[in-house]
Design a protein around this ligand. Structure first.
Ligand code: C2E
Ligand code: CA
Ligand code: CA
Length: 556
């Protein structure tokens, strides 16, 4: 925090000094010039009389020059020389100052590492280019260039090598640029270049983008280390019009090139993508979604739904998996595939998940004590060292036995900091909570990784199960997973049981639990309660009437 303040003070100081200096300099300039001019006048005034006197006395030997006047002339000449010298000195001083000021402005406009323009000067530079292009009826193409996985190579090779990579990247980009262009570094590993080009010559721009992609993909050797980076490029083109000022066009182009760059990343990096208007729509939808989630969370629009889990052997209900639903006033019922990734990205997943678990624990308390509750936990939540503590606190607050709770985590958690995940899982297991590995078969976890964490159950991903009856490949995967489960003494749940054929095929592989549309769609708490009541599977009901409150009051 100290640094920016110091920098600010520095800034004020130079600014203040800058304001005083020109005034003094102008005064001194004026004095020197005044002395010089006065000396010239004096010289012209006295010089002719004195010089004629001297000449007359030398040539004709008549009279002697006026001593006072001669002295005045000598003084006058001295003054002339002094004035002139002072004036010349001041001129040099001014020139030096100007040079220093120009240098300072240049430094403020450029990136210290690469010598490209920096973020601060980029907008103006692109706007000037847009103006210049408009004069000749041309357009401007802006490219946002972002290095792929630069952070990894920076971590791997060290920051010094990272700097060399950035310097070399700038040099390669600059070498490819035509004459009327600008190159800037936005900080980090993002570069921008803008070029003037004749309208309708998109292929020329594409060729340039390909050359940049190829040029940057060449390995960079620095200090004996070999760095391999590629770049994702987003391109947007535009021109000034009667309605839109150059600065507006420039802003737009930079924003659009940025959106297109993300598309290039999503399409697999080391490539370029053009801006398309749908990207803006997607962005708008996305920011609406984010706001909707924030608001929805406050208003209690997220509710748990429940999917039955069945013992396939006996056909009995063993418990329910809680699945999040968003009852959005704007979009209707939204499935978690849409909002969970967004909630994860905007840092709300823990809050959302804990709000849902709190409700689910209350719901599940009404069920028969033999029924379990499974909840899905995002890998991000497992990064939180306090997660186990908070979950236990929720269980205590709800007075819900930990042995009835099962948490489901996906294989992605195996790519996280495994030591943290292991200690978290261990403390949950010590409390009696069970842990399932969800969506098994879709990730890349190996048998060795599977053994690193003490799971209680694996859940075969529904993509294999639902196609079991019609795909020999799926059948052999399910068979392999079931023998793996037997070998490791891990019970198995098959997800996505949609038909009686799948059910009978599964039964041949062993004793599984299962869940899927064959047993019904995920249902609300009230529907579940009604069904359980019919089956005589409700627990002892509390005496107070809070359980019969309407769902909306309960959720909020
Ligand atoms: P999942 O854990 O694999 O959940 C099962 C998904 O499969 C559910 O989708 C369910 O509706 C669907 N499904 C159930 N039976 C069948 C079937 O027979 N056929 C087919 N094709 N699908 C079936 P849903 O509810 O859309 O959930 C999607 C995913 O969202 C879940 O996958 C889970 O990973 C995640 N999720 C749901 N709730 C939460 C939550 O509270 N927190 C976190 N972190 N993730 C959640
Ligand atoms: Ca699950
Ligand atoms: Ca699953």
């Amino acid at each position: 925090m100290g640094k920016p303040i110091m920098a600010q003070a520095e800034h004020h100081r130079t600014e203040a000094a800058g304001k005083v200096a020109p005034l003094k300099r102008a005064e001194r300039d004026l004095v020197a010039l005044g002395i010089l001019v006065a000396a010239i006048f004096l010289f012209v005034g006295t010089g002719s009389t004195v010089l004629t006197g001297i000449a007359r006395s030398w040539i004709y030997g008549v009279g002697s020059p006026d001593v006072l006047l001669t002295n005045a002339l000598i003084l006058n000449i001295a003054l002339l020389i002094f004035g002139w010298r002072r004036y010349a000195e001041l001129q040099t001083e001014i020139a030096e100052r100007r040079k220093a000021e120009e240098n300072a402005t240049r430094l403020a406009r450029t990136d210290a590492l690469t010598g490209c323009l920096n973020r601060r000067s980029l907008d103006d530079a692109v706007a000037r280019l847009v103006d210049e292009a408009a004069e000749s009826g041309e357009a401007v193409a802006v490219m946002m260039i972002d290095l792929d996985k630069f952070k990894r190579s920076n971590d791997l090779l060290g920051h010094k090598a990272g700097d060399s990579v950035l310097i070399e990247t700038a040099r390669r980009i600059e070498a490819l640029m035509p004459s009327r262009s600008v190159v800037a570094r936005l900080g980090g590993d993002e570069f921008i270049c803008a070029v003037i080009f004749a309208p309708d010559s998109e292929t020329a721009i594409e060729r340039l983008a390909v050359r940049i992609n190829d040029g940057l993909a060449e390995p960079i050797i620095c200090g004996g280390l070999r760095a391999e980076v590629t770049a994702s490029i987003g391109i947007a083109v535009g021109a000034r019009s009667a309605e839109r000022a150059a600065s507006e066009v420039a802003q737009d182009l930079l924003h659009r090139a940025d959106l297109a760059m993300y598309q290039a990343k999503r399409r697999g990096r080391n490539r370029f993508a053009w801006f398309e208007p749908t990207m803006e729509k997607e962005l708008r939808f996305r920011s609406e979604l984010e706001q909707g989630i924030r608001d929805g969370l406050k208003r209690g629009e997220f509710v748990p739904y429940y999917e039955k889990q069945i013992d396939l052997e006996t056909g009995e209900i063993t418990g329910f998996e809680m699945l999040a639903r968003w009852i959005s006033p704007r979009h209707g019922m939204v499935n978690p595939d849409v909002f969970i990734p967004v909630a994860e990205e905007i840092g709300l997943i823990a809050e959302l998940s804990e709000a849902l678990i709190t409700i689910a624990l209350e719901d599940a308390k009404a069920w028969d004590a033999s029924l379990t509750l499974s909840v899905n936990i995002s890998p991000l939540q497992l990064r939180d060292p306090w997660f186990a503590q908070r979950l236990l606190k929720m269980l205590v607050a709800a007075n819900f036995p930990p042995t009835r709770l099962e948490i489901e985590i996906t294989e992605t958690c195996l790519h996280e900091n495994i030591a943290v995940v292991r200690s978290l899982i261990t403390s949950l297991k010590n409390q009696g909570i069970r842990i399932s590995l969800d969506d098994f078969g879709t990730g890349y976890s190996s048998l060795a990784q599977l053994r690193t964490l003490p799971f209680d159950r694996i859940k075969i991903d529904r993509s294999f199960v639902s196609s079991l009856a019609r795909s020999a490949e799926s059948a052999s995967i399910v068979e392999a997973i079931s023998s793996l489960g037997r070998g490791m003494a891990l019970p198995i749940t098959a997800e996505g049981v949609e038909s009686a054929e799948v059910l009978s095929a599964l039964r041949r592989f062993g004793h599984f639990k299962g869940q899927g549309y064959l047993y019904g769609q995920p249902a609300s708490a009230d529907e579940v309660k009604r069904e359980l009541a019919e089956l005589g599977l409700l627990g002892p009901q509390p005496q107070d009437d809070s359980a019969s409150e309407p769902p909306s009051a309960r959720i909020a």
